[in-house]
Write a protein that binds this ligand. Structure first.
Ligand code: DGL
Length: 275
């Protein structure tokens, strides 16, 4: 399916995730591109994606983009979800060409460059880690670092759906569990000194990561690099909104309950902290 008309600079940028994780990317986009209009779509009715399999996620990504293109005539799409990028970015680019599509993937290359011990921990969903795209990324960096992979089952779901009263404790317990399974953190030989947050939900609870990791490892989140890449892609195509245009409140869309998304946005967007 193709967008009906050529993209226009004043049209919104579509941003989507399985749920609220993409708010960590939207925050960076709003800082980098304050004059742009955004239509954020949370596929809450079908979240979480991470343990669902590529075919399901690709189908959802296709349906979401079809809606953003036809109902909101977006000029570009940011897939603010590592799992959906891994499962669908290539097919979406082919199907929706020439719509510019920016994806997100775990920051392995910057992590390999940064690590002194040569041991990097990668925290992501099972879907991302098992995807052909991620495996190819890993092969391309063969010999640059030793990557320790940890599928954080249940974590995105707990961040997204756990009742506020229990969230801190449940999320903390899952972070502890997944970090222990990963290995020893630190700067000595054989220890992991760099951690890649490879799911956009994880930076939402950055203080909880920081409390557990302390100074033992550096945490990496590619959201700001994605925002800069979005700017480049729009600039190359002459699609940046005019700098004198007033900032606009994002349009909030969900396949779930609008009230639940509104409270999630109020809870998470102002609270997202940067690394
Ligand atoms: N936030 C998503 C990601 O970056 C997906 C989490 C999920 O739905 O499991 O992978």
């Amino acid at each position: 399916m193709k967008p009906a008309t050529a993209p226009h600079a004043d049209a919104p940028i579509g941003v989507f995730d399985s749920g609220i994780g993409g708010l960590s990317v939207l925050r960076a986009l709003l800082a980098e591109l304050p004059r742009e209009r955004f239509a954020y779509l949370a596929d809450n009715a079908h979240a979480p994606y991470g343990e669902r399999g590529d075919a399901f996620v690709a189908e959802r990504a296709r349906a979401v983009l079809a809606r953003l293109a036809s109902e909101h005539t977006v000029k570009a799409l940011v897939i603010a979800c590592n799992t959906a990028t891994a499962a669908a970015v290539q097919l979406l680019r082919a199907e929706f060409a020439p719509l510019p599509i920016v994806g997100i993937e775990p920051a392995l290359k910057p992590a390999a460059a940064l690590s002194r011990s040569g041991h990097v921990g990668v925290l992501a969903t099972r879907g991302t880690l098992q995807s052909a795209k991620f495996q190819a990324l890993l092969r391309g960096l063969d010999g640059r670092a030793r990557f320790h992979l940890q599928a954080c089952d249940g974590l995105a779901d707990a961040i997204e759906n756990e009742a506020a009263s229990a969230r801190q404790q449940r999320v903390g317990a899952l972070i502890d569990q997944h970090l222990s399974a990963l290995g020893t953190l630190g700067c000595s030989a054989g220890e992991i000194d760099t951690l890649v947050l490879g799911c956009t939900h994880y930076p939402l609870v950055l203080p909880q990561w920081q409390a557990r990791v302390g100074g033992a490892a550096t945490l990496l989140d590619p959201a700001e690099a994605v925002a800069r890449q979005t700017r480049r892609v729009l600039a190359e195509r002459g699609l940046l909104r005019h700098p004198t245009e007033p900032p606009a409140e994002p349009l909030w869309l969900t396949t779930g309950t609008p009230d639940a998304l509104a409270s999630a946005v109020a809870r998470w967007l102002p609270a997202v902290s940067t690394i």
